[in-house]
Design a protein around this ligand. Structure first.
Ligand SMILES: [Ca+2]
Ligand SMILES: [Ca+2]
Length: 348
């Protein structure tokens, strides 16, 4: 029974609004793909915000696959309203590149409507090179070897590429560029986070196409995400063929230190179990028995007599892998006589 436990009924258990996720796809369409005025989708946004807050849309992940579930926030960010593709005979072929790989600069995301401010931002309205994607504004020239590159790169322009990172890790970013003059700069963001800083492309006397490392090591989280190339500094300072992403290795590990928890008496105040992660990132606690203890605002709240396991977790981020969780036993002694006074004390 491969599908046992994966029925809609099971997935909907505990949901306040079992159709809430549908707002996600609608919002993604109007806000990110079409780009209508915020006034026109404010109630959809409101419904989405509330359902996210109430249901934890992100945390449901693959377990819930109503139509539209995760279409925006799980698989995409609002920075990727278009689709990853390359073109054959003028027609888009949709495919999301998986890192590590080489991303051809001319294969920026495609959206069937005007891509300005959605999948790219280009300061000249036409494709001044006229090649490959003649109806879009990004400027593309032919290399003469069957390949293409971006030209007429001006300060303020950007191109977005939807990419997949199957495994979080450390990567090296290189570009293949033809340097024309000094002062050209490039920056690459992943999911809106600057990963390279403003890299100034050196005028090093090499007048041929060359590979230039713009970031010796960046950390990327796993998942489909936006890779956005931003052009800064001097305009028309270089032409761009591609971005070569190399895999360097896994993210650094982190460990959790979690001291034993002293025996508590029923009625003790909320307390911090004082686990810590070697990364310095915040710890998340869970309780194995919520009739003995709950977690409230990061503190353990004793609600009954008995024992339970308090588990400390750290899910990792762009810079650290998830830590191995550590559990400690919490023993609560005393008599669980529910009086007004004890209820009050238990919530101190
Ligand atoms: Ca242009
Ligand atoms: Ca341009």
């Amino acid at each position: 029974m491969a599908n046992e436990g994966k029925t809609a009924t099971t997935r909907a258990t505990g949901f306040k609004f079992d159709r809430a996720p549908i707002t996600e796809m609608v919002l993604g369409h109007y806000r990110d793909r079409i780009g209508v005025n915020a006034e026109h989708y404010k109630w959809t946004q409101r419904a989405y915000d509330i359902s996210t807050q109430e249901l934890g849309v992100e945390s449901q992940g693959f377990e819930v696959d109503y139509p539209g579930w995760g279409g925006l926030t799980f698989h995409r960010t609002s920075l990727s309203p278009g689709d990853a593709c390359y073109f054959v005979n003028g027609k888009p072929v949709f495919a999301i590149p998986s890192l590590p790989t080489t991303i051809e600069a001319e294969n920026f995301d495609y959206i069937p409507i005007d891509g300005q401010q959605k999948t790219y931002y280009d300061l000249s309205n036409s494709n001044v090179g006229g090649q490959y994607r003649p109806n879009e504004a990004v400027d593309i020239e032919s290399r003469g070897n069957g390949g293409y590159h971006l030209t007429s790169l001006e300060a303020g322009e950007w191109m977005n590429y939807t990419v997949n990172v199957p495994t979080a890790g450390r990567f090296k970013l290189n570009i293949n560029a033809l340097v024309l003059s000094a002062g050209g700069k490039i920056k690459i963001e992943f999911d809106g986070t600057d990963k390279t800083g403003e890299f100034e492309i050196p005028l090093n006397g090499n007048t041929d196409w060359q590979t230039i490392t713009i970031a010796p090591q960046v950390s990327l989280h796993a998942g489909v995400q936006s890779m956005r190339i931003k052009i800064i500094g001097t305009s028309h300072a270089f032409k761009l063929d591609n971005v070569v992403v190399e895999y360097l290795g896994a993210l650094p590990t982190q460990t959790i230190t979690f001291p034993a928890i002293a025996t508590k008496s029923f009625g003790s105040a909320n307390f911090n179990p004082e686990a810590s992660a070697s990364s310095g990132l915040p710890i998340t606690y869970t309780s194995s028995n919520t009739s003995v203890a709950n977690i409230v605002n990061g503190l353990v709240q004793i609600v009954g007599v008995g024992s339970c396991l308090i588990t400390a977790s750290q899910a990792g981020n762009d810079d650290f892998a998830a830590a191995q969780s550590v559990s400690r036993t919490l023993l609560v002694t005393g008599t669980a006589i529910v009086t007004g006074q004890q209820i009050g004390r238990a919530h101190v």
